[in-house]
Design a binder for this molecule. Structure first.
Ligand SMILES: [Fe+2]
Ligand SMILES: [Fe+2]
Length: 284
């Protein structure tokens, strides 16, 4: 198929990818140590055990979700590269959670793996995404708006699990996963901010209404994997550890973040070049 250049670039150079990639490489250098864990399952509430199992599988499902990323990023080479980097990081989360489950004596089964590997995600997710994507909105930017919301949901989910898991060692690792999810959400934000510097004004104006549509009917990608529905491990379980405050904090944070795109361009977008603003200072 002939190459068609994207209408405007995501990034002029791959430097931002480099920064996020390097930060990610520092995060889990001790992953093999987790094989030695022995954890007492009686200390972990049943709802957290369910969450860990389902979330481990959700992270394992990344091979499915990355297909839609590649679809919507199209010929944008740098964003396709990010999809590959991101997929490896989500696989790392699966591995961390799997080690936790094994240390708690409740590892994943062959049925779990087979259920996830059945390729029944793509068409269902694409039809949801297309019904939610605003007409005429750049499909990369639409994916980034979804990405900010989905990754921020993951921050809330892991933070809630860390508070309720009952074992300090586990809590510390779940917080580390949450920090990774902050970085993922931040990557989506930084990319949007880069694109609004070069996109036509009408594209920038669609960010806020697109966010409104996403947040009002939020569906996580796992809802489109049949196995999660068969096993009752979809979004309800994913959100089961959240309380009212978690929900309102999430909506408030995201509303404030996306609200900046409603303001005039001159003061609506900040220059975000230093590592703190990239959300990676803590992890580097
Ligand atoms: Fe993750
Ligand atoms: Fe993530």
């Amino acid at each position: 198929m002939a190459y068609t250049a994207p209408p405007f670039p995501s990034f002029p150079r791959p430097d931002t990818l480099d920064q996020f990639f390097v930060a990610g490489r520092h995060m889990w250098t001790d992953i093999d140590e987790f094989k030695k864990w022995k954890l007492d399952p009686s200390k972990v509430p049943a709802e957290v055990m369910h969450f860990l199992r389902s979330t481990s599988l959700i992270e394992y499902g990344v091979s499915q979700y990355v297909r839609s990323y590649l679809h919507y990023y199209g010929e944008d080479f740098k964003l396709s590269m990010w999809s590959a980097i991101w997929a490896a990081e989500e696989y790392t989360h699966y591995l961390v959670l799997r080690r936790m489950l094994e240390a708690l004596g409740d590892g994943l089964t062959d049925e779990d793996y087979a259920g996830l590997e059945r390729g029944d995600f793509y068409d269902s997710y694409l039809s949801y995404f297309e019904s939610a994507r605003l007409d005429g909105f750049d499909q990369r930017m639409a994916q980034l708006v979804f990405g900010v919301v989905q990754e921020h949901s993951a921050v809330i989910a892991y933070t809630a699990a860390s508070k309720k898991c009952g074992i300090p060692e586990l809590a510390a690792v779940l917080k580390r996963v949450a920090r990774d999810e902050v970085r993922h959400s931040r990557f989506n934000q930084v990319t949007l901010e880069s694109m609004v510097k070069v996109c036509p004004p009408e594209q920038r104006e669609m960010i806020w209404p697109q966010f409104r549509v996403v947040i009002s009917g939020l569906q996580m990608p796992q809802e489109h994997v049949a196995y999660f529905n068969e096993k009752h491990m979809g979004s309800e379980l994913y959100h089961s550890l959240w309380d009212e405050k978690d929900w309102s904090r999430m909506v408030l944070y995201l509303t404030q973040y996306f609200g900046r795109f409603r303001k005039p361009l001159e003061d609506g977008v900040q220059e975000l070049e230093d590592p703190v603003e990239l959300g990676i200072a803590e992890t580097a």
